[in-house]
Design a protein around this ligand. Structure first.
Ligand code: SF4
Ligand code: SF4
Length: 343
């Protein structure tokens, strides 16, 4: 197992199994299920990780022995949870229940928080948020976030910051598997999302669920963690999830329009001056090629997260200071473009 992890992640081996190939192998398991919901024509493909960069340019290929020893256990457990998530897709689970009680939701949320989730909400996934060529077992889903440690993110781009990001993926996998176990034990169908990759656009889904709002660097800003977070989902057959339609965080777009610190500080100049609306109605915030090249060469760069005011100052403090400011810039991102109708 360790050799496989090293081969995939450290890219030093002659075995050139890429991360995309590994993720695609997990995705193939969905075809074991009896039925799937497919993306609609407005769906985007999932971004690829493989940039065709020479191995020696990958920052993970030049870890010291000490860094490798620190990193290996985190990576091992991330992979272990990921493999376990994949096993839930080996056959269809036949549910005996399809409606939850408020008490069960409380139990579910308590479990998520106990295992380290920052927030948990519910959503119905629209067809344009399922990646092209993928499918999901149910469109109802539970979305949750975990926090990324501030002290480490501030050293970004660095090995320490990258290590914490991977630790976030480990936590996401552990929580999604535990929620799936609890749901299945109570008769509900449940399938965990993969913490890395995934079948759906987690950022868009998190925004639809009301966990936060997509900002200028294309990530989610949430009231709990600002920009320092990771997201995962669990797909479920539950038909009466407590879905809230309103997203109260739209004011952040106005703040971004004034701030643009991530645009100025991105070392790859990958963040657009203003998010660009595509023909599909989706909003593109970054030049993904520029970003991913730099990301691969610099320990999974997260400079845009590190410099974001929401990573240092609490959401409520910023909101209180900013909201109602007479010079607030005009709203710049059409809301309907980032809140696609559900269905
Ligand atoms: S750095 Fe500023 S512009 Fe960029 S996401 Fe954060 S608040 Fe928005
Ligand atoms: S991850 Fe790094 S390269 Fe990519 S947009 Fe953020 S700051 Fe720029």
């Amino acid at each position: 197992m360790f050799k496989q992890i090293r081969d995939i992640l450290f890219s030093k081996s002659k075995v050139k199994r890429s991360l995309d190939t590994t993720l695609d192998a997990f995705d193939q398991k969905i075809y074991n299920l009896d039925s799937l919901i497919y993306p609609n024509e407005a769906a985007d493909p999932r971004a690829t990780f493989d940039r065709g960069l020479p191995v020696e340019q990958h920052s993970m290929a030049s870890l010291t022995l000490n860094q490798t020893l620190q990193f290996a256990p985190t990576m091992f457990h991330t992979q272990r949870h990921s493999a376990r998530s994949g096993r839930y897709y080996e056959r269809s689970f036949v549910p005996t229940q399809h409606e939850v009680s408020p008490a069960f939701i409380e139990e579910l949320e308590a479990l998520a928080y106990r295992l380290g989730a920052s927030d948990i909400k519910y959503v119905q996934i629209p067809g344009d948020s399922i990646f092209q060529g993928k499918g999901i077992p149910y469109k109802n889903a539970i979305g949750f976030t975990v926090n990324m440690d501030q002290a480490n993110i501030e050293t970004d781009p660095s090995f320490e910051a990258f290590h914490k990001v991977i630790d976030g993926y480990r936590a996401l996998g552990r929580i999604s598997n535990a929620l799936t176990d609890l749901l299945r034990a109570n008769g509900f169908a449940a399938y965990p999302g993969q913490s890395v990759g995934g079948l759906t656009d987690y950022v868009r889904i998190a925004e639809l669920a009301g966990l936060g709002i997509i900002d200028y660097h294309g990530l989610l800003i949430s009231p709990h963690d600002g920009a320092r977070l990771r997201i995962n989902v669990v797909y479920t057959n539950i038909t009466n999830l407590p879905i809230v339609q309103e997203n109260p965080h739209a004011w952040v777009h106005d703040f971004c329009a004034m701030c643009r610190k991530c645009v100025r500080k991105c070392p790859a100049e990958a963040i657009y001056q203003q998010p660009q609306e595509e023909e599909s109605g989706h909003v593109q915030c970054i030049d993904s090629k520029k970003c991913l090249d730099y990301f691969t060469m610099n320990y999974g760069c997260a400079v845009c997260v590190a410099v974001c005011p929401f990573s240092h100052t609490s959401y409520e403090q910023i909101k209180q200071r900013f909201k109602g400011h007479p010079n607030a810039p005009k709203y710049m991102i059409p809301l309907e473009a980032v809140h696609p109708s559900i269905g």
